[in-house]
Design a protein around this ligand. Structure first.
Ligand SMILES: Cc1ncc(COP(=O)(O)O)c(C=O)c1O
Length: 215
């Protein structure tokens, strides 16, 4: 939710100490973190031994649709035979599989997209800090900004939408009371100029909100 990164090595150690299996849902890591975008496991040099079940989605960094589970032959065979949601689901269309393959080639070979994305995140964080916005401790493309009340988060989200910027307001019960926030998500498709436009819009929205509040 907040772009923070799970302490995977510590979780793997705890799982091992209790002879438990660790399942990692790397929906937001694949394509974005680790060498060649190979995800959070690669970023932490973890493998099948420490993380017996890896789940990934294809609708985020890959830009297509669907998901996968990776694990041992026995695990995969068990899922094929027993997982009701898999057995009774139509297979993804071949066109989607081909699009995913094309995306995989880009993810593997184009480090510049991840570098560009990181640069956008740094640019945003520096600009937002200068504006005095309350950021969360996230180094990933998910950058929440604290708004406080649900009304404040909705006000910011609506104002930004009017400025042509789509940012959702996250409110309780999704997050604790008093911590409603804007959830800003960057992609490699964004430009530096767009980050600057976002920062300008945030500054303007804050000025308008102060004006509305204090007259
Ligand atoms: C951590 C995580 N896992 C799984 C999913 C589900 O992905 P999909 O909608 O592609 O099935 C999401 C979607 O937001 C997610 O954030």
């Amino acid at each position: 939710m907040d772009g923070d990164i799970a302490p995977l090595p510590a979780l793997a150690e705890t799982a091992a100490a209790h002879a438990a299996w660790l399942l990692v849902d790397d929906a937001h890591g694949l394509g974005v973190t680790g060498p060649q975008g190979r995800g959070s496991l690669a970023a932490h040099s973890l493998g099948l031994q420490q993380v017996p079940i890896l789940m990934g989605t294809l609708g985020k960094a890959f830009g297509t649709f669907g998901a996968f589970v990776a694990g041992s032959d026995d695990l995969i065979e068990t899922l094929i035979q027993e997982a009701r949601t898999w057995i009774y689901t139509t297979a993804p269309p071949p066109a989607v599989a081909v699009a995913t393959l094309a995306a995989l080639r880009l993810v593997e070979s184009q480090d510049w997209r991840r570098e560009h994305l990181q640069a956008l995140v740094q640019r945003f964080r520096a600009g937002a800090a200068q504006l005095g916005l309350q950021l969360y401790d996230s180094a990933t493309p998910i950058q929440p900004v604290l708004a406080g009340t649900p009304q404040a988060a909705l006000y910011w989200s609506r104002a930004l939408r009017e400025a042509g910027i789509l940012i959702t307001a996250i409110r309780p019960p999704t997050v604790p009371q008093g911590t409603s926030r804007l959830r800003i998500t960057f992609s490699a498709g964004h430009s530096e100029a767009q980050v600057d436009r976002l920062l300008d819009a945030l500054e303007q929205t804050r000025a308008d909100a102060n004006q509305a509040e204090h007259g």
